[in-house]
Design a protein around this ligand. Structure first.
Ligand SMILES: NC(=O)c1ccc[n+]([C@@H]2O[C@H](COP(=O)([O-])OP(=O)(O)OC[C@H]3O[C@@H](n4cnc5c(N)ncnc54)[C@H](OP(=O)(O)O)[C@@H]3O)[C@@H](O)[C@H]2O)c1
Length: 244
């Protein structure tokens, strides 16, 4: 296929890259040759993730980490600066960091509401806002926001989470229209249930029917490789055989 970009030497940021979908995405990107910067709030989890990524395969791009809470604008800006100053630029931004705090609205605390909106929505906003001037100056870029089917299929007990993802879908589409003429490709990946520790799920949960984190990672890499003439701006990903 012609005009499909190579990722050797490109720089990618994966927010929430210390486990789950983010870690699988970091591994998939690294295997394409991209240099990958992951972030999260736990320094220990990040150190473990970097060791795992490096142990995965001796080949592939460089991998490094930054302890960053994307819900804090100064920290999100520092994350983008780190890619520019220490890795030579920024080509790919995967806004994946997310939390799930679930409770009936009448019992939802201010803290859980704020953490959910700050991370899932404002975090993506802060990272995109800081990344766009860098991508514009490079003449290209890819931004992929990891949303959720919960954004379009709200459920009881999910007011904060569903609202955050519905708003993230809207943010993604507005931004896509603003920057596509600058060769910055913005898309949203919208998965159903994925087998991770998201929202404090335990290891014993029945999960064989769910998507694997690597399925989402594969979709993200496919989007990056998509030929430039067309732009899949939203990709929904569902388990093939959901639990009945
Ligand atoms: N699992 C599912 O069923 C599912 C379905 C649809 C969509 N999604 C979405 O997929 C994304 C990843 O979820 P996952 O299932 O992989 O969850 P996960 O296993 O809980 O991983 C979440 C990652 O985000 C990081 N993180 C959380 N808050 C952060 C913050 N404020 N700043 C920086 N990093 C932060 C976590 O590290 P720290 O806690 O150390 O910060 C961790 O690395 C989320 O946006 C989620 O909404 C998940």
């Amino acid at each position: 296929m012609t005009n499909v970009p190579a990722f050797e030497g490109r720089t990618a940021i994966v927010t929430g890259g210390s486990r789950g979908i983010g870690l699988a995405t970091a591994a998939a990107l690294r295997s394409t040759g991209a240099n990958v910067l992951i972030c999260g709030r736990s320094a220990d989890a990040l150190a473990e993730a970097v060791d795992r990524l490096r142990a995965d395969s001796a080949s592939g791009g460089l991998v490094t980490s930054a302890k960053v809470d994307v819900g804090e604008p100064n920290q999100a800006e520092r994350l983008i600066r780190t890619a520019v100053d220490e890795m030579g630029g920024l080509d790919i931004l995967i806004n994946n960091a997310g939390v799930g705090r679930f409770a009936p609205l009448a019992e939802l605390s201010d803290e859980d509401w704020r953490e959910t909106l700050d991370t899932n929505l404002s975090g993506a906003f802060y990272c995109c806002r800081a990344a766009i001037p860098v991508m514009r100056s490079r003449g290209h870029g890819w931004i992929i926001n990891v949303s959720s089917l919960a954004g379009q299929h709200p459920f009881a007990g999910g007011a904060a989470y569903c609202a955050s993802k519905a708003a993230l879908n809207a943010l993604t589409e507005s931004l896509m229209q603003e920057v596509r003429q600058d060769h910055i490709r913005v898309s949203c990946v919208v998965p159903g249930s994925v087998d991770t520790r998201f929202g404090g799920r335990g290891p014993g949960d029945e999960s064989s029917w769910k998507l694997a984190a690597t399925d989402v990672a594969q979709t993200i890499v496919d989007l990056l490789r998509h030929p430039p003439r067309s732009l899949p701006s939203r990709v929904e990903l569902r388990p093939s055989m959901p639990r009945k």
